[in-house]
Design a protein around this ligand. Structure first.
Ligand code: ASP
Length: 328
């Protein structure tokens, strides 16, 4: 097929566990919709110009990392000790090349560092000080801890710690052995999946992780197969939601395998994966795309910040059930 006529497209998410409809203000909704549309447009422009899916995913995620509205990069959630530890992963569906970083503290765009791990290191996953030393060597932009600070995330952590302090020890013990109930306030991870004109899929995810997590905790986002996965044989997937459950279920790889091995249509595969998490009382949202350009964006809860565009460049954005054309 002439590359000019090949399908291409991008889908992004800005996290499951949205602000409940009753509490959403018009200003906040406008700001979120605008940021999601800007992310889709950045990725879409790369694809239109013949760029790779990996470049499109990185471009789209950078926009959301730079926005204080999402739990990634600037505006990331705080861990229990009151600082940020950021995780990200990126994967190429054609070659299965992948790179990921975990618990980095001073990297302005963790998705860019994940890509460099993929392209310029012999490894797949690097964490903490070692990952930052590699970043320094690669000339990646650093940012001071204050750059990631936002007052609303700080207040949210304080409120959480207060609530937890009031809980009884018995309840805390019970919570530690059961799958922790997912709190919508924790959400806001960002991710993107793309199909480029060369027919390659790509996926990426970036996050500050669960609010109030223990220092050193890694979630599903930087773990390939769990929160992030791409294979041209199946599909590209980026997850958001209950990371501890997604880590155990390998949700992203499961979706891709359902397409590649069980030959399930993308939409059915994506819904099956989300339903499995829901059956365990967990929360999950994901964006997925296959080689034909089919997209799926299912979620378990009231909504998921999301957006997409296909070849025609029409940008659709959704928060709750409906998807609407982006303004402007
Ligand atoms: N899945 C992310 C994590 O566990 C959180 C989220 O999606 O909001 O780190």
């Amino acid at each position: 097929m002439n590359p000019a006529n090949r399908p291409f497209g991008i889908a992004v998410h800005g996290g499951a566990g949205v602000t409940p409809r009753a509490e959403m203000t018009p200003e906040r909704e406008r700001a979120l919709r605008g940021a999601l549309a800007a992310s889709v447009s950045a990725g879409w422009a790369v694809l239109r110009d013949g760029g790779t899916g990996v470049s499109a995913v990185e471009a789209a995620i950078r926009v959301m990392e730079d926005s204080p509205l999402f739990n990634a990069g600037r505006g990331a959630s705080f861990n229990r000790a009151g600082f940020h530890e950021l995780d990200a992963a990126i994967m190429h569906g054609g070659t299965l090349a992948a790179g990921a970083v975990g618990a980095v503290r001073h990297i302005r765009n963790p998705i860019a560092l994940a890509r460099l791990v993929m392209e310029r290191s012999p490894h797949v996953l690097m964490v903490a000080e070692g990952a930052e030393a590699f970043a320094l060597e690669q000339g990646v932009p650093f940012a001071p801890a204050s750059y990631f600070f936002t007052d609303h995330k700080w207040q949210s952590l304080q409120a959480r710690l207060e609530r937890e302090a009031k809980a009884t020890l018995a309840a805390a013990r019970a919570a530690a052995v059961q799958a922790p109930a997912f709190d919508p306030g924790l959400a806001g991870t960002v991710g993107a999946v793309a199909l480029d004109r060369a027919g390659n899929l790509a996926a990426g995810t970036s996050t500050g992780g669960r609010e109030g997590k223990l220092p050193g905790r890694l979630g599903d986002s930087p773990i390939l197969g769990a929160g992030t996965y791409a294979s041209n044989d199946g599909c590209a997937v980026s997850c958001t939601g209950d990371g501890e459950l997604v880590l155990r279920l390998c949700s992203a790889k499961e979706a891709s395998d359902l397409v590649a091995l069980a030959r399930r249509p993308l939409d059915e595969a994506a819904r099956a994966v989300v339903a499995r998490v829901a059956a365990l009382d967990g929360s999950l949202g994901l964006v997925a795309i296959d080689r034909r350009g089919a997209m799926a964006m299912p979620f378990t809860d009231e909504g998921m910040y999301r957006g997409c565009a296909k070849e025609d460049g029409v940008v659709l954005v959704g928060i709750y059930d409906e998807m609407r054309e982006a303004e402007g």
